[in-house]
Write a protein that binds this ligand. Sequence first.
Ligand code: SF4
Length: 344
Amino acid sequence: MKQIKALALFSGGLDSILACRTVAAQGIRVCALKFVTPFFGHELLADEERFQKDTQLKYGIEAELVDLSKGYIELLRKPAHGFGKNFNPCIDCKIFMLRRARELMEERGASFLITGEVRGQRPMSQQFDTLQLIEKKAGCHNMLLRPLSAKLLPPTLPEQQGWIDRERLHGFAGRGRKGQLALARELGITDFPAPAGGCVLTDPLLAARIERFYAGMFIIGPEGITVDDIRLLLIGRHFRLPGGHWLVLGRNEKENSRIAELRKVDDCLLFMPERSGPMALLRRADAGNLELAALAAGLVVRYGQKNEGSLPLPGDVQIEYTDGAEMLYGVTPLHDDVFQEWLV
Ligand code: SF4
């Protein structure tokens, strides 16, 4: 008999691990889809093979990455069901992921879907009515099994068809995690990520920055937001220079390297060749705007290595444009009073 296959929405958190394992324990072949966007999980794309091996090794789960970046950047402009506490559009996010999973079902030969949602666990997206709404809007009616709360929810296709024994599913509800932890122990799962985390849209500071970016804080405008814009927003110190220009400064060597990697052709880079300090990036900068370059250079020196006293001494700053470079000599550090309001 052909083995029944299911696709799981896999966040990598304990609940999604348990959901996959619960269903796999009933002889179903589970393929876990880890959706990524620049707001969560994007770094995994750098080495998908490793992610797959780790997931298999640690949890015995077959997994793959699905990049949702493009549509997700659009979704954040105006999610139909609004935002949670921060800039997290959880209901629309889940509908979006489920729709994609639903589309992939045929291609992957899967007969139903799984999520690790637990009824009543989160105020916004996991109340009974909301679970039903998400399922309906995603076009997954009856084909979405939530194994951790299945006993508290109406039977779904895999249970009705006898592919899954409902009695061997669970009835977890609410925020407590006792049941899940006991099940993890039973399945020998000890190494799993802490609950929550991983989605920057729920991080108060980063989410506020992203929200302001979407609201048009910078002169470059929110119309053509790219994946790299978002990745840049998540590192370093950000400034909105006069005129709305966007400047990012690295706070350490790692961020400096990331900033240099994320540079695009119309960006310019600033740094002090003779002294350690931040790498700065002026996004989509006007190369001929000397006033702007001078302000950016003043910030680079301000956050550069200090010699004596509370402010660094004047320093030389190199500005690299796509088609050339120039040096500004003896740049005076900007005084804090000048730029405090520019910090984003
Ligand atoms: S926390 Fe982030 S990833 Fe999770 S549902 Fe909400 S928006 Fe989506």
